[in-house]
Design a protein around this ligand. Structure first.
Ligand code: HEC
Length: 103
């Protein structure tokens, strides 16, 4: 019983090392942020989101106030506004993350 426990512990340990190095390799190869699943929100990502927001979201109406809606509502609003503002998927995500971060 004791041996079994020790084996499980060490395989968990090796599994973690594998995951950590795999994530390291993934991120070193890919500069993209905000990819679903392995999402890492950086200050740079949010700053880019603000730039896109400032430039794209005040064209047809006043620049919206992030605190007017909750994070859940913003999902739906962004789904209808991102195509209007012609945002690509990455811009859509960074604008959403920016809005939710300032509210
Ligand atoms: C091409 C014009 C256009 C652009 C660009 C645009 N919007 Fe809008 N937006 C509208 C119109 C029209 C409405 C009102 C009708 C509607 O809700 O579809 C609206 C409504 C809204 C509302 C109010 C929705 C509600 O339920 O109260 C919010 C918030 C909003 N837009 C956010 C944004 C954000 C964020 C962006 C940038 C990603 C953006 N809009 C870009 C046209 C635009």
């Amino acid at each position: 019983m004791k041996i079994l426990t020790r084996n499980q512990t060490s395989s968990t340990y090796y599994f973690l090392i594998t995951v950590v190095s795999a994530v390291g390799i993934l991120f070193s190869c890919s500069p993209k942020q905000g990819v679903a699943g392995t999402k890492t929100i950086t200050a740079e990502h949010l700053a880019q989101g603000k730039v896109v927001f400032d430039n794209s979201c005040g064209k047809c109406h006043d620049l919206p106030n992030p605190s007017d809606h909750n994070a859940q509502d913003w999902v739906g609003i962004m789904n209808s506004m991102a195509p209007k503002a012609k945002l690509n998927e990455e811009q859509h995500q960074m604008v959403y993350d920016y809005i939710v971060s300032v509210k």
